[in-house]
Design a protein around this ligand. Structure first.
Ligand SMILES: *Cc1c(COP(=O)(O)O)cnc(C)c1O
Ligand SMILES: [Zn+2]
Length: 408
């Protein structure tokens, strides 16, 4: 399994032995998992595995003993060549959608939540939980159910009804906070620390973020180890974007790819909550929190993003761009993706596709580039977000003549 050498401070590089700690004692920087690199790993090590879950990359995931893995057995998600979408955007021939809407709880959050709940089991914690913008609630609750652990969820009360019902169905205790995600996050943090619960995206964060690296590993394996030119990534806290970058670096350090200098990273946020993109556009190194996020993309409504500064750093490192789109652009992008590729995403995926479209229209992406657009959640959870753009089906008596007249 993944042999952890240390937890290393992202700011001051101080190293800690692996334990239940998530912030540097000296400088309060976040801690990242470092591995003892297994030099015998080759491309074939992974390619030859029959395990189709993301645990096929277990050497670079932070679980020491396989018996602690908590898995809902979701398979590697499709990397769909998106020629129809590419054509409608002006002849893009190498455009791919990483379709993470088809995970067991229908968002990419099954990756980080699955790893964090497994680690909570390995550390013998008595309960798990999360602060959620919607999707993490179900991902954590479902894995907690499988692990037989109690699960405490803290989320803003205005998230989509389906996301609440889904999380409750898995048995999660759902606290609907009348406030923003940042309010829910503060409460979850205190409850977690005072009770010793593993709050997956707070005190388990060093382990949590490792799960999202598999979004890099899978894409590389699916592209036959060709490093894409452009990644379009929706951003809330920024943890996923940063983890994907760490994933590409780790595969390079293992020697399975030789160079990632062509890689460009696009951070995509909604207009109604774009603190990171705004900092990028203002050439500022300060992420000014958005007090009251207001966007149809509720899963990205994090006003004070934990990894904001690190996303800015990644954009500098990888020649990146930050861009944002309006609610209307988001909804139209949802329908564009659905009608061209048969993929139904929630607004976060609409943010990624909408930003891709916008940058193509501004000639910031070339036709011959290899593009991967991450679609991270499922449209079935958020149907109310697009009903105003859809026609109302007219009803008719079950009479062939009447129906024939209708569809003519
Ligand atoms: C949480 C979430 C994101 C953003 O992930 P961060 O790590 O918070 O940046 C993107 N898409 C969906 C569907 C999400 O649920
Ligand atoms: Zn430090």
């Amino acid at each position: 399994m993944g042999i952890i050498s240390a937890l290393k401070c992202r700011e001051c590089n101080k190293e800690y032995s692996p334990r239940f700690i998530y912030i540097c004692e000296d400088c309060f920087g976040p801690l990242d998992v470092q591995y003892k690199i297994d030099t015998t790993i080759t491309r074939n090590t992974f390619e030859s595995r029959s395990d189709l879950t993301y645990w096929r990359y277990f050497e670079i995931l932070p679980i020491e003993d396989k018996k602690n893995i908590v898995s809902l057995n979701g398979a590697i998600t499709p990397l769909q060549k998106a020629d129809n979408l590419g054509n409608s955007l002006g002849g893009f021939k190498n455009l791919y959608i990483k379709n993470d809407s088809v995970n067991p709880t229908f968002s990419f959050k099954d990756r980080p939540a699955g790893v964090a709940v497994s680690k909570a089991k390995e550390m013998n914690l008595s309960a798990v939980g999360c602060a959620s913008t919607g999707n993490l609630a179900s991902a954590t609750a479902a894995h907690a159910a499988k692990a037989n652990l109690p699960c405490y969820i803290f989320a803003p009360s205005d998230i989509e009804d389906v996301k609440i019902a889904q999380a409750l169905s898995y048995g999660g205790k759902f606290v609907a906070v009348d406030g923003t995600y940042d309010d829910a996050n503060r409460i979850a943090s205190v409850i977690g620390d005072s009770n010793g619960y593993g709050i997956v995206n707070i005190n388990m964060r060093p382990y949590y973020v490792e799960g999202s690296k598999t979004l890099a590993f899978e894409v590389l394996e699916q592209l036959n180890w060709i490093v894409p030119d452009v990644l379009v990534i929706p951003v809330g806290s920024g943890a996923m974007l940063n983890a994907i970058c760490k994933g590409f670096e780790e595969i390079m350090n293992l020697g399975l790819i030789s160079d990632i200098s062509n890689l460009r990273i696009i951070a995509a946020q909604p207009n109604g909550c774009a603190p990171i993109v705004d900092a990028y556009k203002n050439r500022s190194n300060e992420v000014i929190p958005v007090e009251k996020p207001d966007t149809v993309a509720k899963s990205l409504a994090i006003g004070d993003p934990g990894d904001g500064l690190y996303v800015l750093k990644r954009l500098r490192q990888f020649n990146g761009i930050g861009e944002k789109v309006t609610d209307s652009e988001i909804k139209n992008a949802i329908l564009l993706l659905a009608k061209s590729e048969g993929i139904f995403t929630e607004p976060a995926g609409g943010v990624a596709v909408g930003v891709l479209k916008k940058l193509i229209e501004e000639n910031k992406i070339d036709k011959d580039e290899n593009i991967v657009c991450y679609v991270t959640g499922n449209g079935l959870k958020t149907t109310e977000s697009i009903t105003d753009l859809l026609p109302t089906p007219s009803s008719v008596k079950p009479d062939i003549r009447l129906v024939s007249a209708m569809i003519r």
